[in-house]
Design a protein around this ligand. Structure first.
Ligand code: SF4
Length: 377
């Protein structure tokens, strides 16, 4: 295990203590400089429609690489990290969300979403750090963010020393691999900047393209290039409408998010395991039974089941739609009665996905084929 000190760049001791008190690692500090080159790249990406239906990103075009558009007079970006890696709970036999005894078909959930919603986990703590910083530096202004911000988080994290940007477009640090989440505090105070990460945390090994090779939808279409509109995380979480038919089979068993490009990465092998209670205490867990998801009839039932979990982001429409597609991909013919029910769902996105799944299961090699049966994870 690489000691955390080995990758954390020097930061003011007082600021670091405030983060530590909240269980966060202050990775480092970036100067709040604009980056016209990166801004131009981002705008080109938008003009190629790589962002799919995430139309709100269009409104971020002039803000993303300009921290002072979010905090006037901003001079520093303090970047905090929280690692979330844990072994698959079904291997430990501890999945609270799904009893290990069942072999019913279940859809996979990306690791970051097994426990409590990280926006809540990190957001509250950063707010407390902001209050403490405000007391320490009353003449300055501070503002915290995590994810729900136009800020180019990974760019400033790299500038702050968090990790280099890998070929799969994620930040990779020598302590946490890519299994970490970040939050930021913008400040009008000019803290001494840390050394940028490029090179210090290494780089992708020469000749390694595992993440690109494994991506089932071709979303990672070149090193450092992602077409978000094809990414399984986008399709299963952010995209609220019909999932393009040509991508449905490539979703495999992913019900919410996707970790494939992280799971194959050799730089993730030694990732530090999280000790964060909010992540270890499972809410959705690593998988959900498809029959349970397909049985959710109302938004109220959905909220009762997933409140506080990142799965709230997909809403009932998204998750039940995904469950229908995964049921077809798993040849889960036992679920045909439930799929027929969902085919009459008042939500047309769900109903259409259920009808497609029924056709898949009843088509050539479908429900009547002798080898057909539901396959567990
Ligand atoms: S799988 Fe290989 S190319 Fe992809 S991010 Fe990891 S080290 Fe880099």
């Amino acid at each position: 295990m690489i000691p955390r000190e080995a990758w954390s760049p020097p930061v003011p001791a007082e600021a670091a203590r405030l983060f530590r008190r909240e269980g966060l690692t202050l990775v480092g500090i970036a100067a709040a400089d604009a980056s016209p080159e990166r801004e131009a790249e981002f705008k080109a990406w938008l003009s190629e429609q790589r962002h799919g239906s995430m139309k709100w990103l269009d409104g971020h075009a002039d803000l993303k690489f300009r921290p002072d558009s979010m905090l006037p007079g901003c001079r520093s970006v303090l970047v905090a990290a929280l690692n979330y890696y844990q072994a698959a709970s079904w291997r430990r036999g501890e999945n609270l969300a799904q009893p290990a005894s069942t072999d019913a078909p279940a859809g996979r959930i990306a690791r970051y979403a097994w426990g409590r919603d990280y926006h809540k986990v990190i957001g509250k703590r950063l707010s407390r750090v902001v209050r403490a910083l405000q007391e320490t530096y009353p003449e300055d202004s501070f503002r915290s963010f995590t994810d729900a911000t136009p800020l180019a988080e990974r760019y400033y994290a790299e500038q702050a020393g968090a990790g280099f940007t890998a070929r799969n477009t994620l930040s990779i640090s020598s302590a946490f691999g890519s299994w970490f989440l970040i939050g930021e505090i913008l400040s009008t105070r000019a803290f001494p900047p840390s050394e940028p990460a490029k090179g210090r945390h290494g780089s992708c090994p020469q000749g390694c393209y595992r993440c690109i090779d494994v991506c089932p939808t071709g979303a990672l279409h070149a090193p450092h290039r992602i077409d978000a509109s094809r990414c399984i995380s986008y399709l299963t979480i952010e995209h609220k409408g019909h999932i393009p038919v040509e991508l449905r089979r490539n979703m495999g068993t992913w019900l919410f998010g996707c970790d494939l490009c992280q799971e194959v990465c050799p730089l993730n092998v030694r990732a530090e395991v999280t000790s964060e209670e909010d992540f270890i205490t499972l809410r959705a867990g690593d998988s959900q039974l498809l029959r349970d998801v397909l049985s959710i009839e109302t938004d109220e039932q959905y909220t009762a089941r997933f409140a506080g979990s990142p799965l709230m982001r997909a809403k009932r429409r998204g998750l039940v739609r995904n469950a229908a597609i995964v049921a077809a991909n798993m040849r889960a013919t036992d679920l045909l009665p439930l799929l027929r029910k969902r085919a009459a769902d008042p939500d047309e996105v769900i109903a259409e996905a259920a009808r497609w799944a029924i056709d898949e299961l009843n088509g050539p090699g479908g429900a009547d084929a002798p080898e057909t049966r539901a396959t567990p994870l």
